[in-house]
Ligand binder design. Structure first.
Ligand code: ATP
Ligand code: MG
Length: 569
């Protein structure tokens, strides 16, 4: 039995406290199908989320088979299914792929056959056999709701909580989904709770809970509703509610509730002991298995998103082309002051000027080419990851609630992005190397700096993506960050000396540029590079790589911390 004992839920709004749920006490038997109804804004979703454990009650207690969930062990993620109001699957996947990934993420299976057998079973239960191969994006509203239920059934939960899964459907589809939930409550003693605005099909529920401004004003059989609210049909109970205050309705229900609950099986309340439900909990897969499932799914989604692929390809091939345009004539050879003009003073001065011009030309070209490469790689980095977490946040929250380890999730993002970063940076480095003749420095070390600067920006933007509330916020912030790389690096216009340590420290492009130019400072080109840079601005490559590695670590840590937070709204 699920029972709520005087549950209150208050939130702080500035100086005042707002009570969203007040003294909710109900009891729901195993195998019971309950509706939570009430006018918009009365607290239905809030109550459902308290039961799910997503909102923590301010006072009162919730018992599951006699076990206090706040004090004793909570229900395991696989024991609760929560179907939220928003869409819960990736548009790019098919029905079958979505359910299969839910099974692999939530259920510890021993073989592929076991996965297939759960998959067939779940698909049959929700009636989606004909639509196994259909993409989620083209499903109808009703089919999406069935899919939402199917994802939760993957772990065979004992408590299934559904928020408005029938809203916005035509009457026939609504009835079919209510019937489906009714059937689901009849298997395995499962409690199914459905929040709904709709007052039709109430006869299919075992009980109806009416909420009014955060108070329980009725919980009982659907056929007694009209009598209790003195109306001729259930559809008219909302207008009747206005005839008394919520407190009056609540008091009146308190008096009647005892007789209703007495009718319920008393043995259920007293007979259960804590730990009764332990055998229901399906073990959750290990971190590596989840990581493997997530990675496979990420690549599948990546290859099916045509727009993203085109954008990636355009950047991958277009950006290096942009760089080489500036260096197609190759790097000029450094001139030497001695030996060229040994004649008179004027010739010497002319030669000296030529040498200086030559140094400036070479230094400017090398510094510009490197900075251009680095900036374009940071742009690719921000495109790689700015929406990576924020763009799928609600889906991720849902999967986290169902037992997905945050570490597996972040690791899957890191490995996925690592491949993109490696391809982009290596291609950039190699392409530029072969099309711009006589670039000083060694290719392998240059590739390492390019990979690290791209990885640093990708990682920082992944961190932003984990921290921000919406994909729009995250993209905007990431693009601003790329925009500030060039001015704040101090490579084009020198910054005030006292400001440099504060800004440069955080600017990945600076460390990529500096590390890369340092590699080019062989005796031949050293003077040319010194000519166009300040003495202190070129720092040893090893140190630059260390700072970039710190940027990468900080980005991943921020992504992990952001992903750990609950972000349902
Ligand atoms: N974090 C919050 N801060 C302030 N008010 C909140 C917060 N969460 C919920 N509320 C308020 O609490 C009330 C109940 O919200 P809830 O979402 O539970 O209503 P509901 O019954 O599910 O409504 P609907 O039928 O429209 O979905 C609403 O008035 C809502 O504005
Ligand atoms: Mg709601």
């Amino acid at each position: 039995m699920l029972s709520l004992d005087k549950i209150c839920y208050t939130i702080d709004k500035g100086d005042e406290e707002i009570t969203l749920i007040k003294d909710a006490s109900i009891q729901v038997n195993q195998g019971h199908f309950m509706a939570i109804v009430g006018p918009s804004g009365c607290g239905k979703t809030t109550l459902l989320r308290i039961i799910a454990g997503l909102n923590e009650e301010s006072s009162g207690a919730i018992y599951w088979k006699g076990r206090n969930l706040a004090e004793d062990e909570d229900l395991s993620p696989s024991e609760i299914g929560y179907v939220p109001q928003f869409s819960i699957a990736f548009d790019e996947l098919s029905v079958e792929e979505s359910i299969e990934s839910a099974i692999r993420l939530r259920v510890r299976t021993r073989s592929l056959q076991e996965v297939d057998s759960i998959l067939d079973n779940v698909i049959a239960k929700v009636g989606l056999e004909e639509l196994r191969d259909r993409r989620v994006e083209v499903l109808s509203g009703g089919q999406k709701r069935r899919l939402g239920l199917a994802l939760e059934l993957a772990s065979n939960p004992v408590l299934l909580l559904c928020d408005e899964v029938t809203s916005g459907l035509d009457p026939k589809s609504e009835q079919e989904i209510v019937q489906l939930m009714h059937q689901l409550s009849q298997e395995q003693d499962r409690i199914v709770v459905n929040v709904t605005h709709s007052l039709s099909n109430l006869e299919l529920y075992d009980s109806v809970l009416v909420l009014f401004e955060g108070r329980v004003v009725y919980h009982g059989p659907p056929d007694s509703l009209t009598h209790y609210f003195s109306t001729d049909s259930a559809e008219n109970i909302y207008p009747s509610l206005a005839q008394q205050t919520p407190a009056q309705w609540h008091d009146s229900w308190e008096k009647h509730s005892a007789s209703y609950y007495k009718k319920q099986d008393a043995a259920e309340i007293t007979g259960s002991t804590p730990g009764d439900s332990a055998h229901h909990a399906t073990p959750i897969p290990g971190r590596l298995v989840q990581l493997h499932t997530l990675l496979g799914r990420r690549w599948k989604i990546f290859f099916r998103d045509r727009t993203q692929i085109l954008l990636h390809l355009a950047m991958l091939f277009g950006f290096p082309l942009l760089v080489v345009i500036f260096g197609l004539d190759g790097i000029p050879q450094p001139m030497h002051g001695t030996g060229i003009g040994s004649g008179n003073l004027i010739e010497k001065i002319e030669t000296e000027i030529k040498v200086e011009k030559n140094k400036l030309e070479i230094g400017g070209l090398l510094s510009g080419l490197v900075m251009f490469q680095v900036i374009l790689l940071t742009l690719m980095g921000s495109n790689n990851s700015a929406r990576e977490i924020a763009g799928e946040r609600l889906l991720f929250e849902k999967e986290k609630f169902a037992g997905l380890h945050v570490s597996s999730y972040i690791a899957s993002k890191v490995l996925f992005l690592l491949i993109l970063v490696a391809i982009q940076s290596i291609w950039m480095g190699v392409f530029v190397e072969f099309l711009i003749p006589s670039l000083p420095g060694e290719l392998l070390s240059r590739l390492i700096t390019l990979i690290l600067v791209n990885a640093a920006m990708t990682s920082i933007c992944l961190g932003i993506s984990g921290m921000m509330r919406t994909p729009e916020q995250s993209s905007l912030l990431s693009i601003y960050l790329v925009g500030f790389q060039l001015p704040l690096s101090g490579a084009v216009l020198a910054l005030p000396h006292w400001l440099e340590p504060f800004t440069r420290t955080f600017i990945s492009a600076y460390w990529g540029w500096s590390g890369n130019l340092d590699l080019m400072k062989d005796p031949k080109f050293s003077q040319a590079i010194d000519k166009v840079t300040e003495k202190t601005s070129i720092i040893e490559t090893g140190f630059c790589l260390t700072v970039l590695a710190l940027h990468i670590t900080a980005g991943i840590a921020a992504a992990y911390i952001g992903a750990k937070r609950h972000r349902w709204d």
